[in-house]
Write a protein that binds this ligand. Structure first.
Ligand code: SF4
Length: 95
């Protein structure tokens, strides 16, 4: 009886944890994320993690998302999402 009660208590918690984990993974890398190895990306030296935190997509004028969004659009890579922590050689300081 004790085991069954414990099981009933654990299942919803485990289910919620799995759902939360899936959500985190989904946020980690969207399906339409720009491939850093694609010719468009390498042409502009795009990386998903900037080497200089003072210059990253979230503080670039061209970033098309909120500064707090981990991924966002960029007109230079139409139809793809760039990483908020990313960078490319076309970076322009947000006004
Ligand atoms: S231009 Fe470059 S640095 Fe600016 S948002 Fe697009 S990919 Fe990021």
């Amino acid at each position: 009886m004790q085991t069954r009660r414990k099981f009933i208590q654990i299942v919803p918690v485990a289910g919620a944890a799995l759902l939360a984990g899936r959500e985190v993974l989904a946020q980690a890398r969207p399906a339409d994320a720009l491939d850093p190895k694609s010719p468009q990306a390498t042409g502009l030296k795009y990386v998903e993690k900037t080497a200089n935190p003072a210059q990253k997509c979230t503080n670039c004028q061209l970033y098309q998302a909120k500064a707090t969004d981990p991924w966002g659009g960029c007109p230079l890579f139409a139809g793809k999402k760039v990483a908020g922590e990313g960078w490319c050689s076309a970076w322009v300081k947000k006004a």
